[in-house]
Design a protein around this ligand. Structure first.
Ligand code: PEP
Ligand code: MN
Length: 369
């Protein structure tokens, strides 16, 4: 596995106020709008960087696609006025070239770019030898490998000031969110690269200003390093993403209402109690695995028996009965039915795999258990 060669975030991003916040409008619309927004935000919170989209990836043509190159100087000027680094989205080599020429301090790759390794590689090649900070948003589809791959491509050309941005995932299923968070995916990324800092972008997750606070808090509860939040002086008249942008005052209120969480506590009493509870969890997990191993032995026995009697692996009515009964048993134990179902599906998949191996005489798979 490729390991990222990255430098600590505090060596390239001011982090005097926690949580780290990157804020600014979805899009740079006019010079006045960018500068006013920046100044209003800066009087209320010590942000780490000012964001604004210059080139906007829009689903349909004729939507506002960003002002383009001209707006780069507004962003850079706004950053100078509040003495903060500025960041924008780049989606191709020309964007990179123009942003660097204009003096943009940091870049981010959007969800629609991370999804395509050709685009990511093109951007990485354009950045070869230029160690500018780059933030990589997750791809629109829930594929952690694409996210990892984009980070690796950038790291390979020498970008060591890297961070990730979790902005949720596109989904067919109806949801209160514009992009479902699927928190397990950024957690998987963090487990792959523990040294990588992850920002949460509650604006694109929720698509809705009123839900931003709770998603911010959830991100902090999960140990995210920072937040990237869209803020506009006049959200109702924003040219893009108006429902999710917060005025600088509301942004400050949301940030003030958050309870920051530390990853560890130096309080000895807390540490001892935590250790005690974790030991109990270890014991329970061990017992769980022993029970699962016991179950797998029974599954193999049934597999052999079905094979001898030429009976198929799957009896759909039995599977349905398992799901229903376990859901009820789970309810009595206060377990969430969705959790019980997911757990059983994983266990069932393994059982089918084992019985398939038995049917196909791949005994070595069975012996391994
Ligand atoms: C944005 O940050 O304005 C943006 C377009 O984000 P995403 O790539 O997450 O959709
Ligand atoms: Mn946006």
């Amino acid at each position: 596995m490729f390991k990222l060669n990255i430098v600590p975030i505090n060596s390239w991003l001011n982090n005097s106020q926690k949580p780290l916040v990157i804020a600014g409008p979805c899009s740079a619309e006019t010079e006045e709008q960018v500068i006013k927004t920046a100044k209003q935000i800066a009087t209320k919170y010590d942000i780490s960087a000012l964001r604004a989209g210059i080139w906007k990836p829009r689903t349909r043509p004729n939507a506002f696609e960003g002002v383009g190159e001209e707006a780069l100087k507004w962003l850079v000027k706004a950053g100078k006025e509040i003495n903060k680094p500025v960041i924008t989205e780049v989606a191709n080599a020309q964007h990179v070239e123009k942003a660097l020429k204009a003096g943009v301090d940091m870049l981010w790759l959007g969800a629609r770019t991370t999804v395509n390794p050709f685009f990511v590689q093109e951007i990485a090649d354009a950045l070869d030898g230029i160690n500018i900070p780059v933030l990589v948003k997750n791809p629109i589809n829930p594929d952690v490998q694409l996210w990892i791959g984009a980070l690796e491509r950038l790291n390979k050309v020498g970008i060591t000031k890297l961070a990730a941005v979790h902005r949720g995932f596109s989904s067919f299923e109806k949801s209160v969110y514009r992009n479902v968070p699927m928190w397990e995916i950024p957690i998987q990324l963090k487990s792959t690269f523990p040294e990588l800092e992850i920002f949460c972008d509650p604006s694109h997750i929720t698509g809705n200003a009123s839900l931003i606070g709770e998603v911010c808090q959830q991100a902090l509860n999960l140990g995210f390093s920072g937040l990237m939040i869209e803020s506009h002086i006049d959200p109702a008249n924003a040219k893009s993403d108006k429902e999710q942008q917060l005025t600088p005052s509301v942004l400050a209120e949301v940030l003030k209402s958050l309870t920051p969480k530390q990853v560890h506590s130096s309080n000895l009493q807390f540490q001892n109690k935590l250790e005690e509870l974790r030991l109990k969890i270890d014991e329970v997990d061990n017992a769980l695995l022993k029970k699962l191993a016991e179950r797998i032995e029974l599954v193999a026995e049934i597999g052999n028996y079905k094979k001898e009697n030429d009976v198929a692996i799957l009896q759909i009515e039995r599977w349905q009965q398992i799901l229903d009964s376990r859901e009820n048993w789970g309810k009595l134990l206060d377990l969430h039915p969705e959790f019980v179902k997911l757990l059983l599906e994983v266990v069932h998949q393994e059982s089918i795999k084992i019985q398939t191996a038995i049917m196909n005489n791949q005994v070595e798979v069975v012996d391994k258990k």
